[in-house]
Write a protein that binds this ligand. Structure first.
Ligand code: PMP
Length: 453
């Protein structure tokens, strides 16, 4: 009864992110009620393994009392403190210091935001300020990658290369450029790692030359392209790209909003290629989704240029909720949990997940399996030889999501037939086995779908 009235209230009043408004009115909302570990329970009592950690964010899993306590303690003591007027609070200062301590190389300065989109947006502002400070305001062109996702702010949506974020919104801007994705399964140069890296280098070089080497301000890359369908570039790809940016004096931004905080094994995915970006953007796992927060990491080199140029003037960029004490207190507690065994468990669970997904390759619908750590995808095709994608209409993907749901599994079903996995790092063997078994069942049911032929 209560659930039904919620459905009506939702339909009438709540606009859902990235949803078909009319489609949602027809479908109605599925209300989640509670969660513990890797299991979520809906309003009807149906229990599901959350194979997507909410929205790739609840890395620590649900129901950690110590996180709740940390937030409550902070709320009682000091629920809000601005960072304006040279004020601050202990939790944010300590979290910045702990993060800088663990960040790659000289990423020693941390700017807290409310999430990933405003973290990306902040880097665009900082990058522009940096080039003005260097006396090169003409460096105002930005390059990112097809199938990339860099948030939903106006500027970030333009760096994003997913058509749904552009149509009708007047982006990308003419200063936002793209190069092809290093997509091993569908790369015109094939799946060979060296060939893919060489192709990306060629593509980036020719884009830089076309835009004008003296005009390119920055390049954005995700270590693994998440929202584009969990596209995993070959090892060494990011290092090659980073080195090329350095050669041209182009700032390199690693967008680790999904990959940060243990999602791929180590705390940050940059460490797989041992690179140090000029900026790193993070969010999601920073607070494990318990409260909103993002963080921009800035290198010493960039920080010094900005700080020296501003002198005694304020750098005019800030939010009311920058470095929020409650989010920072949660971030400190979550960091303790990661290092108290969660990262380690994520590596173990990730190996089990990847091995299990690999064993799905024998299924008639499975064209590709890819991933790293607790971030993975299964790409479905209707013809394995021709790699024919599922029909592009959203309906079959939606039905896969629905079937998985009924089978007790939350996954991401991308419209082009890619299933995304990003389970909490706390998953037990049983959780992982349930994800795998329910996936196979869902795929078997999908084989019967007349649209998937
Ligand atoms: N960058 C990347 C790589 C992301 O995956 C996301 C969110 N999925 C964002 C930025 C934006 O983060 P948010 O949704 O917290 O604004």
């Amino acid at each position: 009864m209560l659930a039904n009235s919620l459905v009506e209230l939702d339909r009438a009043h709540l606009i859902h992110p990235v949803s078909s408004y009319r489609g949602h009115e027809k479908l109605g909302v599925r209300v989640l009620r509670s969660a513990k570990g890797a299991t979520v329970t809906d309003a009807s009592g149906h229990q599901l393994v959350d194979g997507f950690a909410g929205l790739w964010c609840v890395n620590a899993g649900y129901g950690h009392e110590s996180i709740v306590e940390a937030a409550a303690r902070q709320m009682r003591e000091l629920p809000y403190a601005t960072g304006y007027f040279d004020l601050g609070c202990e939790a944010a200062i300590r979290l910045a210091a702990e993060l800088a301590d663990r960040a790659p190389g000289d990423l020693n300065h941390v700017y807290f935001t409310l999430g990933g989109s405003d973290a990306v947006d902040s880097t665009v502002r900082f990058v522009r300020y940096y080039w003005h400070a260097k006396g090169k305001p003409e460096r105002d062109q930005f390059i990112s990658i097809e199938q990339g996702y860099h948030g939903s702010s106006t500027v970030g949506a333009g760096l994003t290369a997913l058509p749904g974020f552009h149509a009708g919104f007047g982006v990308p801007f003419d200063w936002q450029h793209k190069i092809p994705s290093p997509y091993p399964y569908r790369n015109p140069v094939g799946a060979d790692a060296d060939a893919i890296i060489a192709a990306s280098i060629r593509d980036l070089k020719s884009k830089i030359e076309a835009v004008g080497a003296e005009r390119v301000a920055a390049f954005y890359a995700e270590p693994i392209q998440g929202s584009g369908g969990v596209i995993v570039p070959p090892k060494g790809w990011m290092k090659a790209i980073r080195d090329l940016c350095s050669q041209y004096d182009i700032l390199f931004i690693a967008d680790e909003v999904i990959t940060g905080f243990g999602r791929t094994g180590p705390l940050f995915a940059c460490s797989h290629d041992d690179i140090v970006p000029d900026f790193m953007t993070t969010a999601k796992g920073l607070t494990s989704g318990y409260v909103p927060m993002g963080a921009v990491f800035m290198s010493d080199r960039v920080y010094d240029v900005i700080a020296d140029a501003a002198g005694n003037a304020a750098v005019g960029h800030g939010y009311t909720y920058s470095a929020h004490p409650v989010s920072a207190a949660v971030g400190l507690e979550v960091l303790k949990l990661y290092e108290g065994g969660l990262l380690e468990n994520g590596v173990k669970a990730g190996a089990r997940l990847m091995a299990g997904l690999e064993s799905l390759r024998d299924h008639p619908l499975v064209g590709d399996v890819r991933g790293r750590g607790m971030l993975a995808a299964v790409e479905l095709v209707v013809n394995k030889v021709k790699k024919t994608p599922l029909p592009s209409a959203a309906a079959p993907a939606r039905r896969i999501f629905d079937r998985a749901w009924d089978n007790g599994l939350v996954i991401r079903a991308f419209a082009h037939g890619v299933l995304g996995y990003a389970p909490p790092l706390c998953c037990t063997d049983d959780d992982i086995d349930a994800i795998l078994e329910r996936t196979r069942k869902t795929l078997d049911q999908t084989l019967e779908d007349p649209d998937v032929r």
